[in-house]
Design a protein around this ligand. Sequence first.
Ligand code: GP9
Ligand code: MN
Length: 413
Amino acid sequence: DSSELAAIENYIETNYVEPNSEMFGVAKGRNVILVSLESIQSFVINNDVYGQEITPFLNDFIKDSYYFDNFYHQTAQGKTSDSEFIVENSMYGLSRGAVFFTHSGNTLNAMANQLRDMGYYTSAMHANNKSFWNRDIMYEAIGYDYYYSAADYEITPENSKEPWGMKDKYFFEQSVEKMKMMRQPFYTKMITLTNHHPFHLDEEDKLIPEYDSNSGTFNRYFTTVRYMDEALKEFIQELEDQGIYENSIIVLYGDHYGISENHNEAMQQYLGKEVTPFVNADLQKVPFIIHIPGVTDEGNGSVISTVSGQIDVKPTLLNLIGIDTRGDIQFGGDVFSEEHPNTVIFRDGSFITQEYVFTNNTCFSAISGEPIEPSLCEPFQEKATKELEYSDKIIYGDLLRFYEKRDQKLSIQ
Ligand code: GP9
Ligand code: MN
């Protein structure tokens, strides 16, 4: 009931992260273009296959952006849909199944809901069947004015690759055409698809060689990441050509890992080191990139190494737009803030702080990677458990039905 929500609100208020005053409102009035990058992991950034860069475009782009190099995905069985849920709501997904299927009727106070209330035109863009992951239902609750799904794109055998359909380059190209028609300011969440298992690519789209290991999946992965990187390059250019770029912020994040532990042997060969549980935890890093034309471009970017995760995206972006999130039901915080706890909690109760990595029921030193005294991790274990429980309670009880602050506090300052 609503008293349960009060306890949770207290916890959230106590852990509230004040915005960084210099960053607050920096992107006020801008369009927000949020791009979910399928299956990209941070280990491909500034890395190569047989001497060839895997992400030449992103390697340059991060110099013109805020690049968060200690940012983690926090997804579980809900994969892409979990990342969408976490990013939009600053809440955790569920430990089993996908919120998108199990609780699509819940009341939410998502980033899209809030931006829509602020007068933004909100949408999601993804060239897949609209009911995949139950998106057509869940997107209503998240607050998108429109979902541009497969039916809205011109998909042909020439611009597709099975099994996933439309290739990223064409997806971006046709999406920009749609953006040109959107009322501004707009918020759109785009989801790429080509860099998805089984990582199949047409010959003409292969820009670097495959890797050579016992895993075909692992070998092909680099070529599809490289393709996505090229598609992003063309996309940004197109935004510039169409005059959308200047008045927008472009935010990229990885949805979840692409290479599972089934490919540890190949990964080991590539990294040149054993994939221990500690290394595996590190491999869950995904890129998070905030590009603000006129602010971060022309080499004015920086690398921010705060330990953070997808849960932090919503408060971070809303603060950039100049929307105060105090009083919101949220478990993340503004990554630009000095008050950010420098911690990320995963769905299974493991976590990473500046000092500790708790994974596989073992407490490691984040510095040395060696197992340490378990009691050092205990205080954080409790915090992690509590936070996950609170998030679950909100979902299971549909508690945002009782959330009242929302209507009072909406204002761009
Ligand atoms: C499908 C795409 C991929 O629409 O989002 O989903 P995933 O398998 O990565 O969860
Ligand atoms: Mn995905």
